[in-house]
Design a protein around this ligand. Structure first.
Ligand SMILES: [Zn+2]
Length: 54
């Protein structure tokens, strides 16, 4: 099973150690670590659930 890696430059997930788009190094995505994007996503989902809007 491949490790999920993340490119900070392109802000997208990949399985390649080097980003295919910007040729930059990708990093391991550790869910327990500080992640503002995931934090906002959690709020957005909660809000969506309450309002029922898209
Ligand atoms: Zn990239």
């Amino acid at each position: 099973m491949s490790e999920i890696l993340y490119c900070n430059q392109c802000q997208r997930y990949t399985i390649h150690p080097v980003c295919r788009i910007c040729k930059g190094k990708t990093v391991s995505n550790k869910p327990a670590r500080f992640s503002p994007q995931d934090h906002y996503g959690k709020y957005r989902r909660a809000l969506k659930k309450e309002t029922g809007k898209n």
